[in-house]
Design a protein around this ligand. Structure first.
Ligand code: SF4
Ligand code: SF4
Ligand code: SF4
Length: 161
């Protein structure tokens, strides 16, 4: 993780519940139905492999939780999976972020660029200091912007480019 991200992550409240993304899985699966095989997996090596600690196990399956960090696409969860569910061959973008205008401070006349500061993809475009918008062609759904947003205005949803 870069020093810049480390700095912004330090600002996140540990109590925050934002970034829960229970329908999003690590970005290395072919079919969602394959996650049924996770029920037979006892050691959950994908969960243990994630250095960003963004995986949690929900109903025996790995799901992403962006409340404290994001996905670096490091491949480690896929390399750790020995049940044929996650595989680097199936790597794809997690999804695309969106900003809820009514919640976003910069859409409501207050200067804020926390999301922009952590976005390595440079996928957030401002008009001057205000009105940020996601460039869907650049966003890879990494989720780093979610935990740093002071007003919980960002979500990542699966989507095709
Ligand atoms: S690719 Fe890396 S950071 Fe992303 S979920 Fe897998 S282990 Fe975690
Ligand atoms: S989810 Fe998209 S907008 Fe947010 S930090 Fe990642 S690339 Fe940038
Ligand atoms: S961090 Fe949140 S409140 Fe701030 S500009 Fe980005 S979306 Fe808006």
């Amino acid at each position: 993780m870069s020093g810049r991200r480390e700095f912004f992550r330090a600002l996140i409240s540990p109590a925050t519940q934002r970034g829960e993304a229970e329908s999003l899985h690590p970005p290395y699966f072919k079919n969602e139905a394959d996650f049924e095989k996770c029920r037979e997996c006892e050691d959950k090596k994908c969960y243990l492999a994630c250095e960003e600690k963004i995986l949690k196990i929900l109903e025996e399956k790995p799901v992403l939780d962006f409340s404290k960090s994001g996905c670096t696409y490091c491949d480690e969860c896929a390399l750790a999976c020995d049940h044929g569910v996650l595989d680097v061959e199936f790597r794809s973008d997690i999804g695309i972020a969106s900003i809820e205008i009514l919640k976003c401070m910069a859409w409501n006349r207050t200067i804020c660029s926390m999301c922009n500061d952590v976005c390595d993809q440079k996928a957030i475009r401002f008009s001057g200091f205000f009105n940020p918008q996601i460039d869907e062609a650049l966003c890879n759904g990494c989720g780093f912007c979610i935990g740093v947003c002071p007003s919980a205005a960002i979500k990542v949803k699966r989507g095709e480019k």
